[in-house]
Design a protein around this ligand. Structure first.
Ligand SMILES: Cc1cc2nc3c(=O)[nH]c(=O)nc-3n(C[C@H](O)[C@H](O)[C@H](O)COP(=O)(O)OP(=O)(O)OC[C@H]3O[C@@H](n4cnc5c(N)ncnc54)[C@H](O)[C@@H]3O)c2cc1C
Length: 442
């Protein structure tokens, strides 16, 4: 009897041990997978966060995995040896979904790292900068997300109204710069309060949201949109959001002046003079900068660059077929664009250096394969000098001789100008933040 019992206990114990061993092995295997992803992220330069990112307090983390499950961007977080860790941190877009989902509040949202500082402008609690009359709303101030930007755009305009509108007929009350979520919400609030204002956008209405891939799930939380009411969206799409904004803006007769890049803001005789790249000038009492943090694509400043066939980003490569395309640049974005167009088009890359020195290994490999298959032609040490409706003119770096290419589309990836220079020119103070905590549970 006793022996039988002992045997039963022994079997149960062994079974338990087997379950534990299998479980631990599984965990170890999962950890190894995450570790190899981290290694790859380091090689590809994606491990170091660029801007806002989660920081995990490993002493508090209880390995619930809730943060990993909550993040829709995939592989930004993983679990190694039972604790949450960062993987492709530079892909973090700062929703804070991980921050909200952690049951033990082990995550903070931090901007910049000890090694890599992030420039943040100084703003007070009313969203005003050190230059009285210039306000900032949205991601430029540090905290991203559609909902935050919408709320800040509205709040900033309400503070501007409190600061006093003079109803001076010779100047505008407000110039809003940028038409992303913050600028759109600011425009609706300005209209609601009958301000005399214009909204200037260097590109297209929608801001960063306009550049999302069509299939991306856009995560947001219910928010109040001025002149509309409660928007009850959680997981939505780019087109649903853009349709909503377009409808509310047109219903309220608000025109966003697209393709108007603001170059300069100068204080002159008690008002601001806002100047665009195209030479227009606006006199205004207040300025609201809702320009985000992504900056402006660098232009080549060559004849023909304003033609419609020239673009600085590639939105839907699958819809481009049978074209003669020139891609300018030698960074990852240029190569990724060239590769995604190469299956269905004739692609030439023009690059001013004699080789590509800073590509992700995968892009380098794929490019080599595409060149070998004759899908991509690379013109090293060349510069674009002129763009014409059906051709482009290039020059050789050495000797300067010119040649032409038959051409339908030009994509320029010559890097970007961060908003820092533009802000400094306007006199706005900026500090580099090294690991500055934006959001922490209390
Ligand atoms: C890949 C990706 C995925 C994301 N996913 C989500 C998500 O699912 N949910 C979420 O809430 N957030 C997400 N975000 C973050 C979100 O897009 C941003 O936080 C939000 O768009 C910021 O709004 P904004 O109005 O401050 O700036 P932006 O949307 O960046 O808009 C700024 C606008 O200003 C314009 N501009 C800049 N300079 C000038 C100038 N000199 N003159 C005139 N116009 C100018 C720009 O062209 C742009 O249109 C994501 C971001 C990225 C990159």
């Amino acid at each position: 009897m006793l022996l039988e019992k002992a045997i039963t206990y022994g079997i149960v114990l062994l079974a338990c041990l087997a379950v534990i061993v299998i479980y631990l092995r599984k965990l170890k295997k999962a950890s190894r997978v995450v570790e190899s992803k981290i290694e790859k992220a380091k090689q590809e330069g994606l491990f170091e966060p660029v801007s806002l990112h989660p920081v995990i307090d490993v002493n508090t983390c209880i390995k619930s995995g809730a943060c990993v499950a909550a993040c829709p961007e995939q592989d930004i977080l993983g679990i190694v040896n039972g604790k949450a860790t960062l993987i492709n941190a530079s892909h973090c877009v700062g929703h804070g979904a991980c921050f909200h989902s952690c049951p033990v509040e082990a995550i903070s949202l931090v901007i910049g790292t000890e090694k890599r500082g992030v420039d943040l402008p100084h703003i007070n609690e009313n969203f005003e900068t050190n230059i009285p009359g210039i306000f900032i709303a949205g991601e430029l101030g540090g905290m991203g997300l559609i909902k935050n930007s919408v709320e800040q755009g509205q709040a900033a305009v309400e503070h501007i109204i409190k600061a006093g509108i003079r109803n001076d007929p010779s100047v505008l009350d407000l110039v809003i710069v940028g038409a992303g979520p913050a600028g759109i919400s600011a425009s609706l609030t300005a209209k609601k309060h009958k301000l005399k204002f214009v909204t200037l956008e260097q590109d297209t209405l929608g801001g960063t949201v306009f550049t999302f891939p069509r299939s991306k799930i856009v995560m947001t939380a219910p928010m109040d949109l001025p002149l509309y009411g409660k928007v009850k969206l959680f997981n939505t799409s780019k087109s649903e959001l853009l349709d909503l904004w377009n409808t509310v803006l047109s219903r309220n007769d608000i025109e966003i002046r697209e393709h108007m890049k603001v170059e300069n803001i100068r204080l002159e005789n008690g008002h601001f003079k806002v100047t665009t790249l195209t030479g227009e000038e606006f006199k205004t009492k207040y300025v609201l900068l809702a320009i985000g943090r992504r900056g402006s694509p660098r232009k080549l400043n060559i004849p023909g660059e304003t033609l419609e066939k020239v673009a600085y980003r590639l939105l839907e490569p699958e819809n481009i077929n049978g074209k003669n395309v020139v891609v300018v640049g030698g960074g990852d974005s240029a190569i990724e664009a060239a590769l995604s167009l190469s299956e269905q088009n004739r692609v030439v890359i023009s690059y001013r250096q004699e080789n590509f020195s800073r590509l992700k290994p995968k892009n380098r490999e794929n490019l080599q394969a595409a060149v070998e298959k004759g899908l991509v032609d690379i013109k090293y040490k060349t510069n674009l000098v002129k763009i014409e409706p059906d051709q482009t003119v290039l020059s050789h770096e050495e000797g300067g001789s010119h040649f032409t290419l038959k051409n339908d589309l030009v994509y320029i990836f010559a890097g970007g100008e961060l908003p820092t220079g533009f802000l400094e020119k306007a006199g706005i103070q900026i500090s580099k933040r090294f690991g500055y905590t934006m959001k922490k549970h209390h």
